[in-house]
Design a binder for this molecule. Sequence first.
Ligand code: SAM
Length: 446
Amino acid sequence: MAGSRPVPRPASRAVLAPGVPTRVLAARVLAQVIGRGRSLKGELTTALPQLDDARDRALLEALCFAVLRRRAAYDAALAGWMQRPLGARDAELRALLQVGFAQLDALELPAHAALSATVDAARALGFERQAGMVNALLRRAQRDGFADQPARAAFPNWLAKKIELDWPEQAAAVFEASLQPAPLWLRVNGQQTDRGTVLTQLQGAGIAAEPSALAADAVCLPQPVPVASLPGFAQGALSVQDLSAQQVADALSLRKGARVLDACAAPGGKSAHLLERDPTLQLLALDIDARRLKRIGETFARTGVGANAQVRAADASAPDSWWDGQPFDAILLDAPCSATGIIRRQPDVLLHRRPADVEALVALQARLLDACFGVLAPGGTMLYATCSILREENQFQIEAFLQRTPRAGFLPLDERFGHDCWAGRQRLPGENGADGFFYARLLRKG
Ligand SMILES: C[S@@+](CC[C@H](N)C(=O)[O-])C[C@H]1O[C@@H](n2cnc3c(N)ncnc32)[C@H](O)[C@@H]1O
């Protein structure tokens, strides 16, 4: 993992110049993500704590995101500018060059600082002999710039084709929006404060913020800020959650004190939101991944909800192993999915997702739908949600479920939830400033 090696200190200097460790870490994170198939989130989780300054941490994230979004342009430039292509063994050197390009191109940092910190980072990474070449390539980038690539070029061809087939009119906008930085969406914890108070506090702190007309607890910060600096964040008055994810609570609209199952709950964002709305819910939060499950406890502790909730590591598709036989009034099935609606937040999806993953996910989602529906009370509702934009995981998945399940019906959702997909609704990435998301509200007939 990128973060497990400490940032090197070159023999010639006692301390690296400011900004050099950030470039070193960015190159290492990207080499792991691009070259070795590791997840960006996982690598950043280990790398970020190595930087003390919040501005350096923000720069590290910005560099990694910028490179993953603009990789097609940077690779094309390198192929044109280098006489001998870099080999697979040069993954860190290639990543460092891309980090250099991102500073000049996407982030538009002052060229002098970008060049000197990146050349120093090359030395710190052990590429002493290549430092001159790094310098020359960055100067070339500064002079020539990068040819614009169509946004589609950042997508693997199989995925671009699927999106074009599913959303012929919107595909170009989906490609574009998936490569844009996302705003910061906050959720206001109604147990601690209210949206008007939060907006006043943010205004007082000089932070631009807008309430959403689509979700009662949602506030949008067009320019993201470090969350720790937000008033009330540490106390759980605010949480980071995209508008689309927040709308799940509106789509479910639970009766007070209902018995609710959150079948795929980790890290607990939607469970916490439901409990912030109504702490008297009898909530069972399941997740198959025991490590991710720990984060539900952290989420509940920070937001101050969940004292009465049950949290269990279990396979929701096998109720025999966890169900006590009492049906649930409502179920949230926030299913594992291709994450194709949140590429702007997880650009490494473009690198890691394979067609076979989608097939396996579609089969798992179908098993989860059938199993969860079996523990739903007559008259109860089950919200099926994904952060995918592929119809096979969404509309077609629900159509097949309704066809094989005579006791199931659906309750339509209105246009606040996006494009009409018969039994469900789809928001595409960037629409309303939000992530791509699908919702279907299913009903168990009496
Ligand atoms: C989209 S995420 C859930 C996000 C969560 N609802 C939130 O708002 O914080 C999907 C989750 O499904 C879990 N999962 C996958 N297969 C599962 C299964 N068979 N049973 C229970 N959970 C499962 C994954 O571990 C993952 O945490």
